[in-house]
Design a protein around this ligand. Structure first.
Ligand code: NAD
Length: 480
């Protein structure tokens, strides 16, 4: 039964959800990256629709702000309920469009994270800060709504990253216009459809389209702030587009996270966390482990443990409950992985497993690939691969490992692995990255601020700090 039932805010199934977001005629086909089958169609009306959505969001914003923190909290919690009520339909559509399996840290996990992020973001307290209160003077710092926030997202975690952007923006009294990736618009349209069963009209809109729509959003005079997650190259373009209207920006850009395994780590104990640190979402994750530095004393054991795991993890079509790894989301990303692995092979590096995709299959599947005995300046190390190919580099001294970890322009995340937590924290303090995890990698938490340094971007998301980035700071000061 493909009937929409907005009264309860639930949709019968993925087909019902899809029916509710598709154009009645026309549109562009969206294909399943695992099979090549058409998942659905998306209408892409372009810049005129974007302007209309921004105008509607501008009109809706004062009433949304007037609900106050408590009123908005209530609605964000109801929005989380709506996601949970539609979780299977959302996960299935996400799996088909993005390619990620239902199981493992993938589609169901992503949908669950959307609800969790909304609830946690609703729960934060943000009181005015009293900065000075003495000698007859006071100064207080408030965070007011900004207005309309524009959100531009990537294709790897389309629902979760959209939620990272919209949850704090809405909580702070802003309305939101989103521009999803052209590769995964259905996931974001479906998420918004579910959220909009409880949110007031005009508060949250999605306008699908390509870079032209993104560029217009980033330069639109009625957009107060842009939340952007995507590549560093596009982040730079957005800085330029936003300059004339001096917009606030949060830029979560590309990463090339290093993991440093110290000599006292236990290879068998850390192998599984290392594996998922690198291969969550089949490696298509901003803060995935993308370069692994292992001390020479345990290098062979770590390589062996990871190879064993890589060979056991099932990869395939997402809707098959057995699989935990999926295809690359698109051909361009498949080609990047193929090029980088080829460059590693050409240099004489040792492929421990993978490296030979089956060219007869319909999807963009690239097997998990581990590459050992590789130089630090090899392209597979120096460029962000964003897929299932991990270079493992041997080092002798901690100084050498830290120097290699800090040697790139990217600084999103990093990790240190050791049986001695105090020693690991000392090494962590020397690494140039926005987050350094100890004995895990990439584990984000809605309470804990997250953001990059260097060319991985600026601004913080999550936690109370993340809320502050979605508000306009205002000081009120005078005689007390
Ligand atoms: P991308 O930069 O190609 O596209 C991201 C979005 O920007 C898309 O919606 C696209 O349509 C839009 N866009 C393209 N050109 C634009 C322009 N000139 N102006 C405005 N918008 C424009 O990124 P992608 O390939 O979708 O995502 C992969 C990249 O994202 C990787 O580098 C990854 O590391 C990064 N990423 C970072 C984080 C993080 O939190 N730091 C999270 C996920 C992904």
């Amino acid at each position: 039964m493909n009937v929409e039932s907005t009264k309860q805010g639930t949709f019968a199934d993925a087909a019902g959800l899809l029916a509710a977001i598709q154009p009645t005629a026309g549109g562009r086909d969206i294909k399943d990256p695992a099979t090549g089958e058409v998942v659905g169609r998306v209408a892409e009306p372009g810049v005129a629709e974007l302007d209309a959505a921004i105008e509607a969001a501008r009109a809706a914003q004062p009433a949304w702000a007037a609900r106050g923190h408590d009123g908005r909290r209530t609605l964000l919690n109801l929005a989380a309920d709506a996601i949970e009520a539609n979780a299977e339909a959302l996960a299935e559509l996400l799996s088909r469009e993005q390619g990620k399996p239902l199981n493992g840290p993938n589609a169901r996990f992503e949908v669950g994270a959307c609800a969790a992020w909304l609830r946690t973001t609703a729960s934060f307290e943000l009181e005015p800060e009293t900065i000075v209160e003495e000698d007859g003077t006071y100064a207080q710092l408030f965070y007011r709504p900004l207005g309309v926030v524009g959100a531009i997202g990537p294709w790897n975690w389309p629902m979760m990253i959209s939620t990272w952007q919209l949850a704090p923006a809405l909580r702070m009294g802003n309305t939101v216009v989103m521009k999803p990736s052209e590769y995964t618009p259905l996931s974001v349209l479906a998420l918004a459809k579910v959220l909009n069963t409880v949110l007031p009209a005009g508060v949250l809109a999605v306008v699908p389209g390509g870079p032209d729509v993104g560029k217009r959003l980033a330069g639109h005079p009625d957009i107060a702030k842009v939340m952007f997650t995507g590549s560093t190259a596009t982040g730079k373009a957005i800085i330029r587009s936003s300059a004339d209207t001096v917009k606030r920006l949060t830029l979560e850009l590309g990463g090339n996270d290093a993991g440093v395994v110290l000599s006292d780590a236990d290879p068998a104990a850390i192998a599984e966390d290392l594996f998922w640190g690198a291969f969550i979402n089949t490696g298509q994750t901003c803060a995935a482990l993308k370069r692994l530095y292992v001390h020479e004393d345990i290098y062979d054991q770590v390589c062996e443990a990871l190879t064993g795991l890589a060979r056991r993890m099932p990869m395939g079509v997402g809707l098959d409950e057995n699989n935990v790894l999926g295809p690359l989301q698109n051909k361009a990303q498949f080609d990047i992985i193929a090029r980088l692995v080829q460059a590693a092979k050409d240099s004489g590096a040792r492929v421990l497993t993978g490296g030979n995709p089956d060219e007869n299959q319909p999807g963009y599947f690239y097997p998990v690939t581990l590459v050992a005995d590789i130089d630090n300046d090899n392209p597979l190390v120096a460029e962000e691969q964003f897929g299932p190919a991990l270079p493992i580099i041997k080092y002798s001294t901690v100084d050498e490992a830290v120097q290699m970890a800090n040697g790139l322009d990217a600084g999103l995340g990093a990790s240190v692995w050791s049986s001695d937590t105090a020693k690991a924290r000392e090494v962590a303090a020397r690494i140039e990255a926005g987050t350094v995890w100890i004995n895990k990698h990439g584990a984000v938490d809605p309470r804990v601020p997250f953001g990059g340094v260097k060319q991985s971007g600026y601004g913080l998301e999550f936690g109370v700090e993340g809320l502050k980035h979605l508000g306009a700071p205002q000081v009120i000061t005078g005689a007390s």
